[in-house]
Structures are given as structure tokens and as C-alpha cells.
Design a binder for this molecule. Structure first.
Ligand code: ADP
Ligand code: MG
Ligand code: ZN
Length: 494
């Protein structure tokens, strides 16, 4: 707790995010990249680190790296150079990891976040660098023994190093969701924290507010979700503040997040670059990244979410929540725009997608690509509603059924008996029936001037019509019929 007498501390946070690239083969060999295969079945002399085996570079991995760099507004290096990062670990059979040290493929970028900074501008976090490296294998601890699975060894990764620009655990959370959203537009990774294709280490320090110099930082590992990142940072900030306030000294260290105990604990003091004895990878030559390659990749980038959001806000006049929701999922936003191509009512369509379509996706755990309703069929449904052949309630009911069967709107509405036929006689009869049925109660009240009972009477008539009426038309007709009863003499015949 900070009180007025104590120093107010400001957290400083910088995140390192590892993204596993979606390539067919590994970074330096032809082994397949696949999650969940039998242990050590996807290995060869190169990724096992057998003596004499020589690596070759996966071109697709470099291109994915360029794609990520461009999407994060980075400069792209003019050549690719790999370095060896030496350390000893059971799941690192070569005794080194091939990475990039002094010449990262991408550098000097930035990520714009959908929150405001202190001066009211969109918050920007610098992207210091994004470099290529190979993944290590996995150590599996079972009882007293440790087993090693090298299927993952040599899988291409991009490490995205964010600047120390984040000032709260919440900002770190927004950074991660925004970064993930942007990466999802590129199709370069599964981005699954569960499968480990997206991993994050969080660096954090605190400083007295107003002080320029950064405090001593700790790096937190073993973060399995964005929520864990936020929780671990909150814990660690409190710990830093209490150490500093207690007159203690922090040391730069690597700490592990314990998801059960909700606390961090020290793993080791932080390694320095010199501990890794980096040197240029002698088995790979450097090679050029021609500018026309970069331009070709640039030309294939989709419209990125920041721009798309502005377009949805300005051109389509959507509210911010709906626009952000749609833009957050590229496939869903594409689907939404496919509907607009057929039916140019952005706000009306957005309401359908954000509410009804989304509900189906949530309830049935589907991606939009798996929804049986096509954009054409949603438009068919909206047009039935426009034409008064369905009302708001029956249209939603029909949509739900369409989502189950994939049938068209007209066919479904007919099958469910929800299509409003132009049988005026049926409507008139329903009105007469309701007036007769409630003549001593609601109708009498209405005639005494309690006009608010009209809604009840419309509801009753709608029930008799099994929802097959336009509520507005029905209301008008019912009102007209009631007005007639009000005329002197009319009551005598009733
Ligand atoms: P290293 O190479 O030792 O990991 P870097 O300088 O590359 O160190 O920084 C790694 C990450 O730590 C970056 O995301 C950076 O923003 C963050 N960082 C660096 N210094 C601090 C600090 N004092 N407090 C919080 N985060 C920091
Ligand atoms: Mg680092
Ligand atoms: Zn291999």
C-alpha cells in the first residue's frame, strides 16, 4: 500500500515474446514441424546435433520473419547473419542455439495499442528488435527422471523484444493482446500459448515516479497465459516496492511464476551476454536480403488492424466496441465485409454479426469458417425481415435453425412455419378474437384511457398468429379496431 508519506513507484515493463513460425519443415533441416507427434519421431542428424551434420536455412522462415517485421513497422536488415548462443541444457543437444545476436533481421519498429497515453495519443510501445532463432527441445519431468523430446528442437522462432515502454500490468496485457491480434493477421503462426507456439517472458522494474533512471529488473518466465503475465507482474511490482521500501537491495535475476501459489521465485541470477559466448555461426554463411524481396512481402501484407479499425469507425460508422470486436478476429471481419458486399448496411449487419453470429460461434465453439451460414444466406434472412416476412424475434429463431442446418433463410422460415403470409383475414380474426377474449379486462381498460395495455393486447394477438406478423402493423391495426369500439354505439353491438 502506498500512502501519502511514502514514495510513489512507477513500474517499467518490457516484454519478450517468442512466436513459433508455421513452416512445413524446421529452421535448418527437413524435419517436419508438428505438435503432438510421438516423442523424438521428428528428428534427424542436424536437429539432433550429431557431429558433422550441416544446417541449411529455411527460406520460408526468413520470409515469415520479414512479414512480422514489416507488420511491426520495423526496418529489415540487408543481410541475414546467424550467431551461436552457447549454453548447456539437456534439451539443447548441440550445446548451443542458433540465434541472431548483433544483426537482428528486424529492428526499430513499434506497436500502436488501442489505449491512450498520458497526453491523449494512442499508446506506442517500441519494438526494439525481432530476430530469428531455433527452438530447443522439451524436457519432460516424470517422477525422478527427466526425459527429453527433441521434436521441437530446431523449430523456427521469431523473438520479438519490446521496448521498456509499458507502465502497468494492464498495459502489458493490452500489448500482448494487440500483438497477438496483429500477428493473427499474418498467418505465420498458430499463436497458441497452450501449445507453446506463443510464449512470453516479462521484464519489470520499479522507480520512484519522476526518476528517469530505471530500477533493477527481474525477468519472469513460465508464464502460460496473458492473465498469468498480468498477475505475475502485479505480484513482482509489489515485491520490488516492498524490497526497496524496506531498505533492501534488488538483484537482477530470472524468476519463475508459480501458477498455483501465485508468486514468483528466484531461478537464477540473470545471465549476461558474455555468459553465452556469442560468435558467428560458422556453418552458415551470411546472405543478402534483396529489397525487392522485402517489397514483395510488403505487397502481400493484409490491411492491418489499426487501419481496419479506423475504416470500420469512419466509413461504416460502427461504435468502437463493435468495431474492435470485429477487427479483433480477421476471419470474422472478412466475413462481415463479405456480407456488406451483398448488403450495404454496415451498422445493421454489424449488429447481426456481433450478437447473433457471435452467439452461435461461442455456444458451438466454432470459428467463423465453420459456421454453416454463408454471407449470402444471412443477407437472404435480413431481406426477409426487411420485407416484413419475419419479425425481429422470428428472424433470430430462423437464424439459429439456419446455423444448425446450413439451409437457406426462406426454406428454414417455411419449415418452421414462421413466414408471415399476407393473409389479412387471419390477422383481422386474431384481433377480433383478442378483443372479445379481453373485453372485460384489458380492452375495457384501454377504452377507459389506459392506452399502455395496447402492448399486452398486441402480444396476445401475436401469440395467436404464432409470431407471424409485423408487430408495428399489428399494433396499428389493433389500435384502429379498438378506436372503432370507442365510437358511441359501437359498444352496443360488441
Ligand atoms: P537481455 O538481452 O539481457 O534480455 P534486453 O536489453 O534485450 O536484455 O532487454 C530485454 C527486455 O527487458 C526488453 O523487453 C526490455 O524492454 C526489457 N527491459 C530492459 N531493461 C528493463 C528495466 N530496467 N525494467 C524493465 N524492463 C526492462
Ligand atoms: Mg533477452
Ligand atoms: Zn531435423
Amino acid at each position: 500500500m502506498t500512502t501519502a508519506t511514502q514514495t510513489d513507484f512507477e513500474p517499467v515493463i518490457g516484454l519478450e515474446v517468442h512466436v513459433q513460425l508455421k513452416t512445413r519443415s524446421k529452421m535448418f533441416c527437413r524435419c517436419e514441424v508438428r505438435f503432438g507427434a510421438p516423442a523424438n519421431s521428428l528428428t534427424c542428424p542436424v536437429c539432433l546435433g550429431l557431429p558433422g551434420a550441416l544446417p541449411t536455412v529455411n527460406r520460408q522462415a526468413i520470409e515469415h520473419g520479414i512479414r512480422i517485421g514489416l507488420a511491426l513497422n520495423c526496418q529489415i536488415a540487408h543481410r541475414v547473419k546467424f550467431d551461436r548462443k552457447n549454453y548447456f541444457y539437456p534439451d539443447l543437444p548441440k550445446g548451443y542455439q542458433v540465434s541472431q545476436y548483433d544483426e537482428p533481421l528486424c529492428f526499430d519498429g513499434e506497436l500502436q495499442m488501442p489505449i491512450m497515453d498520458a497526453s491523449g495519443n494512442p499508446k506506442i510501445c517500441r519494438i526494439t528488435r525481432a530476430h530469428l532463432e531455433e527452438d530447443a527441445g522439451k524436457s519432460i519431468h516424470m517422477g525422478h527422471s527427466t526425459l527429453v523430446d527433441l521434436n521441437r528442437a530446431g523449430t523456427p522462432l521469431v523473438e520479438i523484444v519490446g521496448g521498456p515502454d509499458l507502465r502497468s500490468p494492464e498495459e502489458a496485457y493490452v500489448y500482448l493482446t494487440t500483438l497477438k491480434r496483429n500477428l493473427s493477421y499474418l498467418g505465420v503462426s498458430d499463436l497458441s500459448m497452450e501449445k507453446g507456439s506463443l510464449r512470453c517472458d516479462a521484464n519489470v522494474s520499479v522507480r520512484p515516479r519522476g526518476q528517469e533512471k530505471f530500477g533493477v529488473r527481474s525477468e519472469i518466465k513460465n508464464l502460460n497465459s496473458f492473465r498469468a503475465v498480468r498477475a505475475a507482474l502485479e505480484f513482482e511490482i509489489r515485491r520490488h516496492v516492498s524490497v526497496v521500501e524496506g531498505g533492501g537491495k534488488l538483484t537482477q535475476e530470472t524468476r519463475l511464476w508459480d501458477e498455483e501459489k501465485l508468486e514468483t521465485r528466484s531461478l537464477r541470477s540473470k545471465e549476461e551476454a558474455t555468459d553465452y559466448r556469442f560468435f558467428p555461426e560458422p556453418d552458415l554463411t551470411t546472405f543478402d536480403v534483396p529489397r525487392d524481396w522485402v517489397q514483395r512481402v510488403q505487397a502481400t501484407l493484409p490491411e492491418m488492424p489499426e487501419k481496419r479499425l479506423l475504416r470500420f469507425l469512419h466509413d461504416f460508422k460502427l461504435n468502437r466496441a463493435d468495431a474492435e470486436f470485429l477487427v479483433g478476429d480477421k476471419e470474422l471481419a472478412d466475413w462481415y465485409e463479405a456480407v456488406l458486399k451483398l448488403y450495404d448496411e454496415p451498422r445493421k449487419v454489424a449488429a447481426w454479426v456481433v450478437v447473433e453470429v457471435n452467439r452461435e460461434l461461442q455456444e458451438r465453439h466454432l470459428e467463423i469458417s465453420q459456421l454453416p451460414v454463408t454471407p449470402e444466406r444471412l443477407v437472404e434472412l435480413i431481406k426477409l425481415l426487411d420485407a416484413g416476412k419475419l419479425n425481429n424475434i422470428t428472424a433470430k429463431e430462423v437464424f439459429k435453425a439456419m446455423a444448425e442446418t446450413g439451409e437457406g433463410a426462406m426454406a428454414t422460415a417455411k419449415r418452421l412455419g414462421r413466414l408471415i403470409e399476407q393473409d389479412e383475414g387471419e390477422v383481422d380474426r386474431a384481433i377480433e378474437d383478442v378483443i372479445t377474449e379481453f373485453k372485460d379486462k384489458a380492452v375495457a381498460d384501454y377504452l377507459r384511457g389506459e392506452t399502455k395495455v395496447l402492448g399486452f393486447l398486441v402480444g396476445q394477438a401475436m401469440r395467436k398468429l404464432k409470431g407471424k406478423a409485423n408487430p408495428k402493423d399489428l399494433g396499428q391495426k389493433l389500435e384502429a379496431a379498438l378506436k372503432q369500439k370507442q365510437e358511441p354505439g359501437a359498444q352496443a353491438t360488441g
